[in-house]
Design a protein around this ligand. Sequence first.
Ligand code: ZN
Length: 74
Amino acid sequence: MFPLSTGIAIVAGLGLGVIGGLWAFYERRDRGEGAAARPAARHCVRCDAVYGAPRTEGSAPCPRCGHANPALRF
Ligand SMILES: [Zn+2]
């Protein structure tokens, strides 16, 4: 067997590898071609409706009142 500190280092390294892999996956997904196809959440400042519209449009009209709203940014 190997010492306990070596086991802790292996487990910590595997954990960091998994987190790094997930980070790279989601960064690639959010910046790739699929990002434009997914709808962006929008909030209407006039009637308080929340709706989705394609990300390619700068501002999209509200389906309830027709006011143009930009996509929400998080
Ligand atoms: Zn509205």
